[in-house]
Design a protein around this ligand. Structure first.
Ligand code: SAH
Length: 241
């Protein structure tokens, strides 16, 4: 069943106009027609049956039906603080992280981040990433739309959220992620860029209470690392357990 994200209140019995991106998706990409059944979700946990009442060039409308229980959210609350990687690698990370149940993605610049974004380009990237995230949420049947934080530097983020604890993915770490005790608080996962974190960053993260952990003896690409870590955590402590 087609799922469409709409940033609107979902009230049974009420008819609503789909926002432009989902209207376009429904009409031009999925080629849905009047009377087709869909599922609408507001990204905040409300998921409803719905039926399209109008599919036209200028407007797509739906009649909201009953709420459906959300059964696709992991009990594990994971934020991914991901050093921005090049082009489609970052898209891959975002898409797969959403499929694997991440709650929040924070794109950060680190000392060895290759991608340089001024404010205007950062806004354009964020808009693009939001599209990737929304599609992944629709496709994978999420009830919550993961949050996408604005681009910031790792230092600035730690300044604001220091002491948050969490795991730093570090190839040289002695402790495997899979041997860590089950976290009792929301988890923050830090994944480095193509060139890794530098020593000063590793130290600073350590002082902020972040535990360095390994994903095994091979060096994974940045876009593999976060995805692998999320799968490990869901298997040990989340909804794959
Ligand atoms: N030459 C770099 C490699 C970076 S790989 C270095 O030695 O640090 C890119 C990112 O993926 C790393 O910063 C780390 O966060 C993650 N990563 C890759 N392989 C890993 C492994 N085996 N264990 C833990 N994290 C890993």
């Amino acid at each position: 069943m087609t799922r469409l994200y709409v940033d609107l209140a979902l009230v049974p019995g009420q008819e609503l106009e789909l926002p432009a991106p989902s209207a376009h998706h429904a009409r031009s990409v999925l080629r849905l027609a009047r009377d087709d059944d869909v599922i609408l979700f507001d990204g905040r946990g409300a998921v409803h049956e719905a039926r399209l009442t109008l599919v036209a060039r200028e407007s797509v409308r739906a009649l909201v039906g009953n709420a459906i229980a959300v059964t696709t959210e992991s009990p594990l609350d994971v934020s991914l603080v991901q050093s921005i990687s090049r082009g489609d690698r970052m898209d891959y990370t975002i898409q797969k992280a959403v499929e694997l149940g991440v709650r929040r993605i924070v794109p950060v610049t680190t000392r060895r981040t290759v991608v340089r974004l001024d404010a205007r380009r950062a806004d354009k990237r964020l808009e693009h990433w939001r599209g990737v995230l929304q599609h992944a949420a629709e496709q994978s049947g999420r009830g919550l739309l993961p949050e996408l934080a604005p681009v910031t530097s790792l230092d600035a983020w730690l300044g604001a959220h220091g002491g948050a604890g969490g795991f730093l993915l570090h190839p040289a770490a002695a402790n495997p992620l899979a041997r860590q005790p089950r976290p009792t608080v929301p988890v923050v996962l830090f994944a480095g860029p193509e060139g890794g974190f530098d020593e000063a960053e590793v130290e600073r993260l350590g002082r902020a209470g972040v535990t360095s952990v390994s994903l095994g003896p091979r060096i994974l690409r940045t876009e593999t690392a976060a995805v692998c870590a999320l799968a490990v955590m869901q298997a040990l402590w989340g909804d794959l357990a």
